[in-house]
Design a protein around this ligand. Structure first.
Ligand SMILES: NC(=O)C1=CN([C@@H]2O[C@H](COP(=O)(O)OP(=O)(O)OC[C@H]3O[C@@H](n4cnc5c(N)ncnc54)[C@H](OP(=O)(O)O)[C@@H]3O)[C@@H](O)[C@H]2O)C=CC1
Ligand SMILES: O=C(O)C1=N[C@H](C(=O)O)C[C@H](O)C1
Length: 255
């Protein structure tokens, strides 16, 4: 299996490449990478069609600016697409949706196994603890270079709480915290400092108790290893939209 990496010169992309190349028993080989500047000596290209042409699966940990072009290129080439990038606008969301009708797409704001489990726990808490009694707040902390806020993972946690409550996050998410907290709102807060890899907490508070679910990634390799697992899992699947719960839970067997 030939694996391309979009964002190969970045913090996570470089680790994905290293993990792939340094694992003797890896079922995949590195086909090349995508960045904004080409480097033929490392098979780094700037055109996603060129990367797609030599890849069976692309792990995309680049930038939301690249998403629409990547969606077109990977769909035309029939290349499977593992998306770890976060911070999409409506056009990128739409491009991902359309691509998943043509190619297998696995989207995960967080490739860590522990965080993947936390999403299901968040859904269960959302279902069990009434929104009228328990205020849901999500706190995330990342390194100073991170561009998007709230993090993709924080939004995914919020979506799972909302799903448990039978609601859509879009109608109840609060990122601007001026004014009074809305009834049933899901609140978000972001900190940016130093080189913190990624921390997320879901805090549910009633008038009489508080429960907190927390996850801390302290080595970015947890994301790189998860991204590679996702690529191996996605290879050979039919078109559709998949997630990390399916990878770690081994759901949706290949037909
Ligand atoms: N799903 C998960 O578990 C995780 C997801 N992420 C997400 O992954 C993404 C990348 O994070 P990180 O590695 O820290 O970011 P970096 O800024 O370190 O890396 C970004 C990479 O994308 C490339 N890039 C940027 N813009 C474009 C473009 N328009 N076209 C092609 N390539 C481009 C950069 O290449 P160059 O600058 O050389 O052109 C670089 O290789 C973020 O969205 C982040 O939130 C991060 C960690 C975990
Ligand atoms: O940019 C990062 O670093 C991370 N981004 C992802 C996100 O936005 O949730 C995942 C992880 O927390 C690290």
């Amino acid at each position: 299996m030939r694996i391309g990496i979009a964002g190969i010169t970045g913090r996570l992309g470089a680790l994905c490449a290293a993990e792939l190349e340094n694992t003797a028993s890896a079922p995949g080989i590195l086909s090349g990478g995508l960045a904004r500047k080409a480097d033929p000596s490392r098979r780094i290209v700037t055109d996603p069609s060129e990367l797609a042409a030599c890849s069976d699966v692309v792990i995309d940990v680049s930038s939301p600016d690249a998403t629409c072009a990547n969606a077109r290129a990977f769909s035309s080439a029939g290349c499977a697409w593992v998306i770890g990038t976060t911070g999409f606008d409506a056009a990128a969301e739409d491009a991902i949706e359309r691509a998943s009708a043509v190619i297998p797409v696995l989207r995960a704001a967080n490739f860590a196994p522990g965080l993947t489990m936390m999403l299901d726990l968040a859904r269960q808490l959302g279902a069990a603890l009434p929104a009228s009694e328990y205020d849901a707040e999500i706190l995330e902390t990342h390194h100073r270079q991170k561009r998007d806020a709230p993090s993709g993972t924080a939004l995914a946690i919020g979506e799972h709480v909302a799903r448990g409550r039978g609601a859509a996050l879009a109608g109840i998410a609060e990122t601007d915290r001026s004014g009074l907290r809305g009834e049933g709102a899901i609140g978000f807060a972001s900190l940016r400092a130093g080189q913190i890899v990624g921390e997320h907490s879901l805090i549910l508070t009633s008038d009489t108790e508080q429960i907190t679910l927390s996850h801390r990634a302290f080595d970015r390799r947890v994301f790189a290893q998860g991204a590679l697992k996702a690529a191996y899992w996605l290879y050979g699947r039919s078109a559709g939209l998949y997630d990390m719960a399916m990878v770690f839970g081994s759901q949706a067997p290949k037909s």
